[in-house]
Design a protein. Structure first.
Length: 468
């Protein structure tokens, strides 16, 4: 007999595991299908956790954080191998997999390893090396994630030319590297490898990196990366790349040919929809296979939902998990926190890291939204001086009419943690006065919020006087 479930989830990454766990918590019978040998998806195995662990390893081995503090020029051991460098990454990934497996078992979720494809709107065919089975579900949640996009003209070989997955398997640490693409992945990896003393050149067709970020933050990040020795080529694009003996030759549209030991191509990502049989049931897709969904993450087939990277931006583990939770709540009418939070934070774990929530100054200008700015700098903060981060900054964007916080943007140590303070103020529709009314431990970076708010209030007073 065909096994029947209340919910079938395809993909055991952060979104799939979250959706499955939420439904199981409410007593639903859940099957979770994963084609890989390990659970966790890209978030655990090739993307979020590995790259962020790699970042911490780079900071540790390079001593970068201590250079400004003690005035000592730390340098890497000459014989440091990739195996040494990746040791911590392997430990963290294995521990995360173990915790996910425990969560699946604790919720009595049936985990099935194999390739899933849709036979009809309620039936999923699962093929593994051992057998083939059909299972049915009242609701189906697709959370198959994404993979690095491989333009056909680029000869990826995982020896000289890597993508953001295979770069973690480099056999040695090179002396020179090209990074093509200045989005999140390209910027993060470029900064990590630059911190290790590799001569990195980042190539970006647009005039700046991380184009979605507040331009002041992006400029500050660029300047700090320049100080680390990272080289930028803007407003030019790669037209050819090929291995040449023990190196690669990369040709630019305007800037001629350049030689590097290796190259990382960060050309965006594409949805993992191949072989899912979406056409079998008529699920609509967009560019690079993105599954099209409504505000409740439902596809054009009423009982089939999709969440996470497979539906596109912002493609962050945090938002993907929230999307899964919201989809399950809607699908089963659970009447619990039906919607996503109106403001979602993002973080880019470059060196230095930065994090944002809400409107940027650029967006306010583009949308003709009145705004004022409040800034505070780590160099004027006692904790910033203590830890040696003298280039960090907190930037508040707020309304001049009621001082309501519209956005916050932070660059520097702990930016991804500090952003949540601003998040809670925004969720409460709070004004920047909230930072002044609060009391922060001293010395802390959090205390910079008060100084940013005071700076903002001074600008507000000037605005009031000018508009009387």
């Amino acid at each position: 007999m065909t096994e029947k479930y209340d919910l079938i989830v395809i993909g055991a990454g952060p979104a799939g595991e979250k959706g499955a766990s939420k439904a199981a918590y409410y007593g639903k019978r859940v099957a979770l299908i994963e084609r890989a040998s390990h659970v966790g998806g890209a978030g655990i195995n090739t993307g979020t956790v590995p790259s962020k662990t790699l970042r911490e390893s780079a900071l540790y081995f390079s001593g970068l954080l201590q250079r400004g503090l003690y005035g000592i020029d730390y340098s890497l051991k000459e014989d440091l191998s990739i195996k040494d460098f990746m040791h911590r990454e392997r430990i963290v990934v294995e521990k995360e997999r173990e915790m996910i497996e425990q969560t699946i078992q604790r919720h009595n979720i049936i985990l099935i390893h194999g390739d899933a494809s849709l036979k009809d709107e309620h039936t999923v065919h699962v093929k593994s090396s051992r057998n083939e089975v059909d299972i049915t579900g009242d609701v189906i949640l697709i959370a198959t994630g994404s993979s690095p996009h491989h333009p056909p003209e680029i000869p990826f070989d995982d020896k000289f030319i890597y993508d953001s997955d295979s770069i973690l398997n480099m056999k040695r640490i090179p002396k020179t590297m090209a990074v093509v693409g200045g989005g999140v992945i390209g910027t993060e990896y470029a900064s990590i490898f630059a911190a290790l003393g590799i001569r990195v050149t980042l190539i970006e067709p647009r005039g700046r990196i991380v184009s979605f970020a507040d331009s002041e933050i992006a400029k500050r990040l660029t300047n700090q990366l320049l100080q680390m020795g990272l080289n930028f080529i803007f407003n030019d694009r790669m037209v050819a790349i090929e291995p040449r003996g023990d190196h690669i030759q990369l040709t630019l549209e305007k800037g001629g040919s350049h030689n590097f030991e290796v190259a990382l191509i960060a050309a965006g990502r594409q949805s993992n929809v191949q072989g899912l049989g979406l056409e079998q049931v008529g699920i609509k897709t967009g560019e690079r296979g993105l599954i099209l969904v409504d505000e409740n993450y439902r596809t054009n087939i009423p009982n089939i939902f999709a969440v996470g990277d497979v539906i596109g931006f912002p493609a962050l583990a945090s938002t993907s998990m929230e999307q899964a939770r919201a989809a399950i709540v809607y699908a089963f009418n659970l009447a619990y926190k039906e919607r996503l939070a109106p403001f979602l934070p993002l973080a880019v774990y470059a060196i230095p890291e930065f994090s944002s929530i809400g409107l940027t100054e650029d967006e306010c200008k583009e949308k003709n939204i009145p705004y004022l700015i409040g800034r505070a700098y780590y160099e004027e903060n006692a904790r910033g001086q203590i830890i040696g981060d003298l280039s960090g900054m907190i930037k508040l964007v707020f309304s001049p009419t009621d001082k309501k916080l519209l956005g916050a943007h932070i660059i520097g140590e702990q930016a991804s943690e500090l952003i949540h303070i601003a998040s809670h103020v925004m969720l409460a529709n709070g004004a920047i006065d909230a930072f002044i009314e609060a009391v922060y431990n001293y010395p802390t970076l959090s205390d910079s919020y008060q100084y940013a708010a005071y700076n903002g209030l001074a600008n507000y007073d000037n605005w009031v006087k000018a508009n009387k």
